[in-house]
Design a protein. Structure first.
Length: 594
């Protein structure tokens, strides 16, 4: 006895732990389950009142339904079996059957286990009515009971199980897709880093060697005694340019390698720390760049507007590179044309602009050697810091190169692999450095300017379609599948209900006799003649056969309901016909309850 008590307490403890898990009861679920239990309790109360049950039984059934409603979350199979076994005795439990069927279909693990639970519930729901009519159990009654169970219990269970499996499949596919996107991003990042390493190595080995040769030869030429002073000065400029090119080459190679090391260390913020090299170029070096170009004979003017403010190192370098690329293109393609360099400090961004005029008549421009990668590299550099670059001809025949760059730094998320990664989710806010802020699902990210105003991350404007769009399409497809499933369930339930209604009316017709027919049938008439005028009978009115006056000894009696209802809808006018020795020996009418 002690062992049984311990086992029972352990079983109750397991059920309680399953039912009282905190993660299973968030506030919205507590409210929903409370409202559902209250609704089912009210339905049970009303149905028990209609069936003229006693007060004690009515309240007992109501409380039991309200307790079983939340209990189905922990014990779905047990609640379904219990409710199905008592549904014939207590009408108030019928509403609980629908909810119990839905929960059992969704929560019982394993199809075979769920099938066994539903089969047991079906057998128990039919057991009591079969026992009441035994041994005279009509096939029609069994069919209607089975169809009723299918419509009320099985169909909600099948629908909920399909819905749960569909949701699990969608979540699994979404998790797998997210993992694939993450892996693709990692592969793209590693490929990009390897390519940067290869480019850095090639630049160091080939271009570095050629620049070194230029510096050596110009150095030797500079000390040649046969050169004039002006020629020696020109050679000195050439040697200085080659030395500067070597220095910048080392900086670029170092930057490419440093970014690879930084990425391997954990993707730090671009521009959030110190410059990668002490000789980094920025807006402060624009004047020196302009002076060097003027020394080569170019006519250049510089215009600055707005209040200068501190720039992140990556933004500072991008601004310098825009000016450098603009001047280089002007030297190559518009030699002798006037050039204007403009730096405008707007409230939310820095506008860098290089505009050259048309090529003067008579100016001779040699064939420009260009790989076409300068502007592409500028756009990528600007995109990495959250800006944009525009280039194109101007109406007077010149050319304009302009870039819009934000003031604050950004995180290393805007890489070549970004197009396969989701954007930040809703609820992100700007950090201390003016980090990204999402203004809506799938919209361009925002950051703050120098005065706190929101600034658009232009890199998002030109990015590939973002993951939320695909998620939205997935939701639309899932919604369509759900609607199709719901429509199918409604159609099936409608057909089953229509069939059940037809069978119900047919059973009522088979169990009813009109008062005229009752009067026309005479006692003493042949049994075969009387049965031709009577319907086949229905299980719906089987209970009337046990009511009324005593039956003649040895007679076989058939009881039918009248086709004309009484004022009291809970009672029926009954007509009983008793046969013996092939004749009608008695007919009686009485009032009974179905």
């Amino acid at each position: 006895m002690t062992a049984r008590g311990t086992a029972a307490r352990a079983a109750i403890g397991r059920v309680w732990r399953r039912l009282a898990r905190p993660e299973q009861w968030p506030p919205y679920r507590v409210v929903g389950e409370s409202m559902l239990a209250l609704l089912l309790g009210l339905i049970a109360l009303g149905m028990e009142k209609l069936s003229d049950s006693g007060d004690a039984r009515t309240w007992l059934v109501t409380v039991a339904v309200m307790v079983l409603s939340p209990l189905r979350r922990a014990l779905p199979g047990m609640v379904l079996i219990f409710a199905a076994s008592l549904s014939w005795l207590f009408m108030g439990i019928s509403a609980l059957l629908i909810v119990a069927g839905w929960s059992a279909g969704r929560r019982i693990a394993g199809s075979a286990r769920a099938l066994v639970v539903f089969a047991v519930a079906l057998v128990l729901s039919m057991a009591m009515p079969v026992i009441e009519d035994f041994p005279l159990v009509s096939p029609e009654k069994l069919m209607i009971l089975a169809v009723s169970f299918l419509a009320i219990v099985a169909m909600p269970g099948i629908a909920s199980r399909y819905w749960s499996q569909h949701r699990t499949l969608v979540e699994t596919l979404h998790a797998q897709r997210t993992q694939l996107l993450r892996e693709n991003a990692m592969i793209a990042r590693q490929t990009q880093l390897r390519e940067r390493q290869r480019i850095a190595q090639d630049m160091h080995d080939s271009l570095g060697h050629q620049l070194t040769l230029i510096a050596v030869h110009t150095g030797a030429l500079e000390v040649d005694s046969e050169l004039s002073g002006r020629q020696r000065e020109a050679v000195g400029v050439l040697r200085g340019a080659s030395v500067a090119a070597m220095r910048e080459l080392r900086e670029v190679v170092g930057l490419l390698r440093d970014e690879q090391e930084e990425a391997a260390a954990g993707h730090p913020a671009i521009g959030a720390g110190p410059a990668p090299d002490a000789g980094q170029r920025g807006v402060a070096q624009v004047d020196g760049l302009v002076e060097a170009s003027r020394g080569a004979g170019a006519r250049i003017s510089v215009a600055r507007t707005g209040e200068p403010c501190a720039l992140a190192p990556a933004v500072d370098r991008a601004a310098y590179r825009i000016v450098q690329e603009g001047l280089t293109n002007a030297h190559k393609h518009a030699s002798g044309a006037p050039v204007t360099v403009a730096l405008r400090y707007e409230p939310d961004s820095l506008l860098v602009e290089v505009v050259n005029g048309p090529v003067p008549p008579g100016s001779v421009c040699g064939p420009a050697v260009s790989g076409g990668q300068g502007l592409t590299g500028l756009r990528e550099r600007a995109r990495l810091v959250g800006g944009m670059v525009h280039s194109g001809p101007v109406p007077d025949g010149g050319f304009r190169l302009a870039g819009v760059l934000p003031y604050g730094p950004v995180t290393v998320a805007a890489t070549a692999a970004q197009s396969v990664l989701p954007v930040v989710g809703p609820g992100w806010e700007a950090g201390s450095g003016g980090g990204p802020v999402d203004t809506g699902r799938g919209r361009p990210m925002m950051r703050t300017g120098k005065e706190g105003q929101p600034v658009i991350d232009w890199s998002q404007v030109y990015a590939a379609p973002q993951t939320p769009m695909f998620r939205g399409e997935g939701r639309r497809k899932g919604f369509a599948v759900g609607c199709g499933l719901a429509a199918s369930v409604v159609v099936v339930l409608g057909l089953v209900t229509a069939w059940g209604a037809v069978e119900m009316f047919k059973s009522i017709e088979d169990g009813s006799v009109s008062p005229g027919t009752y009067e026309e049938v005479k006692v003493g008439a042949a049994e075969a003649e009387v049965r031709e005028r009577l319907p086949s009978g229905s299980f719906l009115y089987g209970g009337l056969n046990d009511q009324g006056p005593a039956k003649p000894e040895g007679a076989r009696c058939e009881t039918f309901a009248s086709t004309e209802p009484l004022e009291n809808w809970e009672e029926d006018q009954a007509f009983r016909f008793c046969f013996k020795d092939g004749k009608l020996v008695e007919k009686r009418t009485f009032v009974g309850k179905v």
